[in-house]
Design a protein around this ligand. Structure first.
Ligand code: Z2T
Length: 828
């Protein structure tokens, strides 16, 4: 048998590599067994998909013993665990991650080679599960990776959307959405458990009844659906641990089937079935503006009710319900799962017959809430009307929670009606509705923001009354990213270089990257580091050519802005910089030869209903076609916008980047996590003092970060003073020329109307103060150009970025949650 890749004496090497797949021979045998007996094909007649499945199953088989062992030990020792409740998990491809976690990478590669199979072709066969929109969903995926790696008991609960985030295509430069049918060829990573289905109720009405002299309320639902769990392995990194991700899929209940049988109205019955199954059909693609659609509320309640019921049935079992807080913390990933609060109250009071106050004491201890935004339009509210129709009992419970809470507020602050109105979970305008963030804040044992600045603004600006009322409830946990996927897998070259320099161990103790600091002064190391970056650019060029036919130029600085398209993130500022450079060449004021060659890469999906975001995508593509084709530019500026940016593409783009664009208006980006991925892969950041940029800059130092723009207090002041974007347009020649060029139709075949809405929005509204930060941004970009010209100094800075960003490991985020919020020790 092969030795463990960490060496048998390494403390993480708890589980020796054993079992059928632990040698190349064994792996080949198990692979062929799976191909023959699970896929039913001989190697000679197998399709790529057959081989991919058989390979995945062989990795699965290896992990299975560990999974079963973890589940057994959890049943036996009953530790406190984390139930992460999230409507999104943006997992990315699983094969490589699971090979890495199991330590089977080399064995599998050799075994495939012996079978005449190129393992890269297997990797390419996997369609990534895109069950999330962006940062929030990817964060959930990083967190469950870290929990498994840290041996903390955890189940991630969510929804198995049949269609994940849409596939983005461009037609004439404009976004067109295609359905993401990720399950068409099946998924080898999921384990359906129809026998573990939970019944979820909806609709109907409530009624009162006499319970031995006490009047109680109960729910008489109108209809039900079945929630079928699909389990996914979440393997820790080389520690022999496997946690579970459990995603729910909706199917019609027997009642629907019976209706098919009895009604005689077959079509109507099938329609009813389709209605039930719609619940887990598709991920809502809005990342920051809740749509208030009934189906979305159905999704939220569906997965949350199934998850609580599942936890109580399978984990708490017959144990005393009063011990629940010793066994679980339900972490609410934003407000999407907050309906879990009244649901747990309903279960405790209506089903387990606890007194209200006792139930509330338990509930408060069992929840904690993470807020991911500051945008007022992103704060979820549900109309009382809709909630009352879909979940009448829950609405009653929310009213009672609110009444009790406001009584306490009155007790503390007297009849301050203004304060009462401001703190009420129920808002009256523009229609009566439930403020989900308030409900989560009242119920949660802790409330956290996702970066220092964000948590501070949350406390002081968004929920100041609550902070005053609940001293100590608000806290910060700065986000993080898993270094396994975003350094080791995405950047094998850099990983090898790091290991050569400082040895192994850093992937589970990322602060050890500090040991690289001295290497920044070592010319050989810098040369090797530069070579890795160059190789990563070539690797990126390969995929960009393959997937989009892009031809990328050598010797360019790679300037990257990848994230959802949103006005607050200010892709427009990046466009104005590009147009400024382009205009300065074509007007003859600057020689093309004097310009630092740059390739600008954009990646961004717009919410399908977000017209302005879609127009900005159109503009980026339009600017790209004009700039890339203009001979006067002499190929020194290139704008590339590969469609359908996703985790798989991120893993190629980020390691190749020289410059990371993190240019949101200060006070708008809660944290950002792409910013961390870039810094840890040796890109320098040009950024505002926003979100986690603040902490990145503090760690890497001002010399290794290009800061620009207003600070959050300056933004506040400018608003208060009355912001007039047109004044900035008038005052800055470069800005005026860039805006005028866009307005002239230069990027729309002379048709001035195409981008007019963008131009006039910037001139007369500009909610995110693009024009106010423009001159500062252009000046910072000039500093970038100057810095890049000194390759050695740039590389030194890049190394220091890597060395000083170990803090941003999601392992550290998890430690913070564990110490300050969850109190769930590792299960050793
Ligand atoms: C999302 O990805 C984020 C916030 C949301 O607020 C919703 C979604 Cl889908 C409701 C992002 C933040 O914008 C980003 O700053 C942060 O880094 C990320 O969540 C993870 O916390």
């Amino acid at each position: 048998p092969a030795t463990h890749p960490l060496g048998a004496t390494h403390p993480l090497a708890l589980a020796p590599v054993t079992g059928p797949a632990s040698s190349v021979d064994g792996f080949v045998r198990q692979f062929l067994r799976n191909l023959n007996y699970e896929r039913g094909v001989p190697l000679s007649a197998s399709s790529v998909n057959d081989r991919y499945f058989a390979l995945a199953m062989t990795v699965r088989d290896y992990l299975m013993a560990r999974w079963l062992e973890d589940l057994r030990r959890q049943r036996e020792t009953k530790p406190k665990g984390v139930c992460y409740l999230s409507a999104e998990y943006l997992l990315g491809r699983q094969l490589d991650n699971n090979l890495l976690a199991s330590g089977l990478g080399e064995i599998a590669t050799e075994a495939m080679a012996q079978c005449g199979i190129d393992i890269d072709e297997m990797r390419a066969q996997e369609v990534e599960p895109g069950l999330g929109n962006g940062g929030l969903g990817r964060l959930a995926a990083c967190f469950i990776d870290s929990l498994a790696t840290m041996s903390v008991p955890n189940v991630g609960y969510g929804i198995r959307y049949e269609y994940g985030i849409f596939r983005q295509t461009f037609v004439d430069g404009q976004q067109v959405e295609q359905p993401d049918a990720w399950l068409t060829l099946g998924s080898p990573w999921e384990f359906p458990h129809p026998e573990g289905a939970r019944k979820v109720a909806f609709g109907g009405h409530t009624e009162t009844y006499d319970d031995g002299g006490v009047t109680r309320s109960r729910w008489v639902p109108g209809w039900h659906v079945q929630a079928v769990p699909y389990n996914y392995m979440v393997p820790g990194y080389l520690n022999g641990r496997v946690n579970t991700l459990r995603l729910w899929s909706a199917v019609a209940t027997d009642a629907f089937d019976l209706r098919i049988f009895n009604s005689g109205d077959y079509e109507e019955a099938v329609r009813a079935q389709t209605f039930a199954e719609n619940i887990s059909k598709v991920l809502y693609p809005e990342d920051s503006t809740p749509q208030g659609k009934e189906l979305r509320l159905q999704q939220q309640y569906f997965f949350v009710a199934a998850s609580i019921s599942d936890f109580l049935a399978t984990t708490l079992g017959d144990d005393d319900i009063a011990t629940l807080p010793d066994r679980v913390i339900f972490q609410l990933n934003d407000t999407h799962p907050v309906i879990a609060v009244p649901e747990l109250m309903r279960v405790l009071v209506d089903e387990r017959h606890l007194e209200w106050d006792a139930a509330w004491e338990i509930t408060k201890q069992c929840f904690a809430y993470t807020c991911h935004t500051l945008l007022p339009e992103a704060l979820e509210v549900w109309s009382v009307d809709l909630l009352g129709r879909l979940l009448p009992r829950h609405l009653e419970i929310i009213y009672r929670i609110n009444d009790d809470f406001l009584d306490e507020v009155r007790e503390r602050f007297g009849d301050d009606e203004m304060r009462i109105r401001n703190m009420s979970i129920i808002s009256e305008f523009p229609e009566r509705s439930v403020r989900m963030a308030y409900l989560a804040t009242v119920a949660g044992s802790k409330v956290n923001g996702v970066a220092e600045l964000h948590s501070q603004l949350l406390r002081d600006k968004v929920l100041p009354d609550f902070n005053e009322f609940f001293p100590g409830k608000f806290t910060n946990v700065t986000n993080g990213i898993t270094p396994r996927r975003f350094v080791r897998l995405a950047n094998p070259g850099l990983s090898e270089l790091i290991t050569e320099a400082i040895g192994t161990g850093w992937l589970t103790d990322l602060e050890r990257l500090r040991e690289l600091e001295s290497y920044a002064e070592n010319p050989d190391f810098r040369a090797a580091f530069g070579e890795v970056k160059a190789a990563n650019k070539r690797r990126l060029n390969e995929v960009l050519f393959e997937r989009d036919g892009f031809e990328v130029s050598d010797g360019h600085m790679l300037d990257v802005m990848v994230k959802r398209l949103h006005e607050y993130k200010r892709q427009m500022l990046k466009v104005l910089h590009i147009v400024t450079q382009y205009e300065s060449i074509t007007s003859g004021r600057v020689e093309a030869a004097d310009i630092q060659p740059r390739t600008f890469i954009f990646g961004a999906k717009a919410a399908p209903g977000y017209a302005m975001a879609k127009r900005i995508i159109h503009l980026v593509n339009a600017v790209g076609s004009v700039v890339n084709a203009d001979p006067r530019v002499e190929g020194r500026l290139k704008v590339l916008f590969p469609p359908n940016y996703n985790v798989t593409l991120a893993e190629r783009v980020i390691p190749a980047a020289d410059l990371s664009e993190q240019i949101s208006l200060a006070g708008k980006e809660a944290s950002g996590t792409g910013n961390m991925k870039f810094a840890l892969n040796g890109a320098l950041t040009i950024g505002t003092d926003d979100g986690a940029n603040v902490e990145i800059r503090e760690l890497v130092g001002d010399d290794n970060f290009f800061l620009f723009g207003m600070s959050e207090p300056q933004v506040e002041d400018l608003w208060a003073a009355g912001y007039k974007p047109a004044d900035f347009y008038q005052a800055d020649d470069n800005l005026r020329r860039a805006m005028d060029l866009i307005a002239s139709g230069a990027f729309s075949d002379g048709d001035k109307s195409v981008f007019e809405p963008i131009v006039s929005n910037l001139l007369y509204d500009d909610r995110f103060m693009v024009l106010a930060d423009y001159s500062s941004y252009i000046a910072a970009q000039a500093r970038v150009d100057a810095a890049y010209a000194d390759t050695d100094a740039w590389t030194r800075s890049a190394i220091l970025n890597v060395a000083r960003c170990g803090f941003f490991s999601s392992d550290r985020s998890m430690r913070d949650y564990i110490d300050r919020i969850w109190h769930t020790p590792p299960m050793l």
